[in-house]
Design a protein around this ligand. Structure first.
Ligand code: ADP
Ligand code: MG
Length: 394
C-alpha cells in the first residue's frame, strides 16, 4: 500500500477533528456510528459540519462507510491512520515532507522523510495484518474473528515494540538507528546511509565482518535478546573511511525489531540457531567464507545472559506498558505472517544471486514527484516542494 499524501493539504481543521473522532470511536467500536462521531468531534458547525467532513474524508479514502446488520458506520482506513500519524509527526516537527519509498516489506513501508531543516529521516509504517491470517492454520484459531487480529491494533503493537527496543539497544550502545518518534503504527528514525548487506557483492575481509556479526548476536544474547530475523536485509553495512582514505572499516548496523524474542522464550534456541545459521549461510554463498569454529551455541550464550552486570533488555517492552496479552497477540500475528507461504517471509532463505537488482522494484514510487510537504511551514523556491498546510487549528 502506497502512502499518498496528496489529499492532506485539502483537509480542514474540522476534517482532522472528525478523522480523529473516528479513530477514537474505533477503540471500542468495530464500526463507528455517525452519532458517536458527532459526539466526539463536537464541531461548532454541529451535525451538518460533521457530515460535510465525513463525506470529504470518505471521498479521499481515509474512512470507509460500512454496512452491518444493526447499523451503518465508518471505519478508519490504513490511509486514515497514516494521515493521523503523519499529522502528529508534523505537528511535533519531526517530519515536514515525505519523499520516496525506499522499501516495502511484507510487514512495512519504508519512506524517506525530511524535517523542516531538510534533514532526511526514515519513516517506517507498520502494516501487520496486510496478509490474511485466515489462511494460516497455526494461528487461525487464536486470531480469527477477534479484535486482537485487527491490523490497526497489531501494527501499532509492532511499532511500540520496535521503538522500545530501538531505544533500549541504542542506550546500551548497540549499532542501531536512533529512534526519534513513534506515533500509532509508525516510527521515525535516523536514516542510515548504508546499503543492506544483501547488496554487497564482496568485502575485503569476510572473516572480520563475520566475527563482528556473530559477536553482535552474542552481545544481544548477553542482554537477554535474540533478534529473530538476523538476515542480510536487516543488517546495513556502513563504510567508514579513515581521514586519509587509506583504510575502510565496515560497520554493521542492525534494523527491524518487532520480532525480537527473549533468551527465555520457549523457542529461544530455535530462534538463536536460526539467526546464526542465516549469517553462516549468507557468508558461504556470497563471500565463500566458512568459519572453522563451530557454533556459537545457544547453551553457551544462555550462560552469559545478564553476566558482568549487563542490563537485561528483554523486559523493556513490558516496562513500556506492553501487556502479556499484547505480546501474545503480536507474536501470533508475526508467526502467522512468517508461516504464510504467500508472503515473502522466506525471501532470504531461498533467494538466488540473480535477484540482485530487485531492490529498484519497490524502490522509487513517488520519486519523480519529489517531496510532498506535509508540515505547516512554507518553503519557497525549493524545487519539488509543495506547500501543504495542515489546518488543524491548534
Ligand atoms: P521490514 O520489517 O519490512 O523488513 P525493515 O525495517 O527491515 O522493514 O526495513 C526494510 C528496508 O528498508 C531495509 O532492508 C532497508 O533497506 C531499509 N531501511 C529500513 N530502515 C532504514 C534506516 N533507518 N536507514 C536506511 N535504510 C533503512
Ligand atoms: Mg526487514
Amino acid at each position: 500500500m502506497l502512502l499518498d499524501t496528496k489529499a492532506m493539504r485539502h483537509l480542514t481543521a474540522e476534517d482532522w477533528r472528525v478523522l480523529t473522532a473516528v479513530e477514537m470511536g474505533s477503540k471500542n467500536h468495530e464500526l463507528v456510528p455517525t452519532p458517536l462521531i458527532e459526539k466526539i468531534a463536537r464541531l461548532k458547525g454541529g451535525a451538518s459540519g460533521v457530515h460535510k467532513s465525513i463525506s470529504a474524508l470518505a471521498k479521499v479514502g481515509l474512512i470507509a462507510r460500512m454496512k452491518e446488520a444493526k447499523y451503518d458506520g465508518y471505519r478508519l482506513s490504513y490511509g486514515g491512520l497514516d494521515y493521523l500519524a503523519l499529522h502528529t509527526h508534523a505537528s511535533r516537527k519531526h517530519v515536514y515532507s515525505v519523499g520516496s519509498r525506499v522499501g516495502v516489506g511484507k510487514e512495512s513501508d519504508i519512506m524517506i522523510v525530511a524535517d523542516d531543516q531538510g534533514t532526511q529521516k526514515i519513516l517506517k509504517i507498520h502494516r501487520l495484518g496486510r496478509i490474511s491470517f485466515r489462511t494460516v492454520k497455526t494461528n487461525r484459531d487464536y486470531l480469527k474473528n477477534r479484535q486482537s487480529a485487527s491490523w490497526m491494533y497489531l501494527s501499532r503493537l509492532a511499532a511500540i515494540k520496535e521503538y522500545a527496543f530501538m531505544q533500549a539497544l541504542r542506550e546500551e550502545g548497540f549499532p542501531v538507528p536512533e529512534p526519534i518518534a513513534q506515533s500509532r503504527h509508525t516510527i521515525v528514525m535516523t536514516l542510515i546511509d548504508a546499503p543492506p548487506m544483501r547488496q554487497i557483492s564482496s568485502v575485503p575481509d569476510p572473516a572480520a565482518l563475520y566475527a563482528e556479526l556473530i559477536s553482535l548476536i552474542l552481545r544481544l544474547a548477553k542482554h537477554g535478546l535474540i533478534h529473530g530475523d538476523f538476515n542480510e536485509f536487516n543488517i546495513l553495512i556502513r563504510e567508514d573511511k579513515t581521514d586519509d582514505d587509506s583504510t575502510t572499516t565496515l560497520t554493521p548496523i542492525l534494523i527491524d525489531f518487532p520480532q525480537m524474542v527473549s533468551m527465555d522464550h520457549q523457542n529461544a534456541e530455535m530462534y538463536f540457531d536460526r539467526d546464526v545459521a542465516c549469517v553462516k549461510r549468507f557468508f558461504a554463498r556470497r563471500f565463500h567464507f566458512e568459519s572453522t569454529a563451530p557454533g556459537p551455541f545457544f547453551k553457551d550464550a544462555k550462560k552469559t545472559v545478564g553476566r558482568d552486570g549487563v542490563r537485561r533488555l528483554d523486559a523493556v517492552v513490558e516496562a513500556s506498558g506492553f501487556t502479556k496479552k499484547m505480546a501474545k497477540d503480536l507474536e501470533a500475528a508475526i508467526r502467522a505472517q512468517e508461516a504464510n507461504p504467500k508472503s515473502d517471509a522466506g525471501e532470504s532463505e531461498e533467494d538466488s544471486e540473480e535477484e540482485e537488482d530487485d531492490e529498484g522494484e519497490s524502490g522509487s514510487e513517488g520519486g519523480e514527484e519529489g517531496l510532498q510537504v506535509i508540515g505547516d511551514q512554507v518553503v519557497e523556491n525549493e524545487e519539488g516542494l509543495e506547500k501543504l498546510t495542515i489546518n488543524d487549528g491548534t
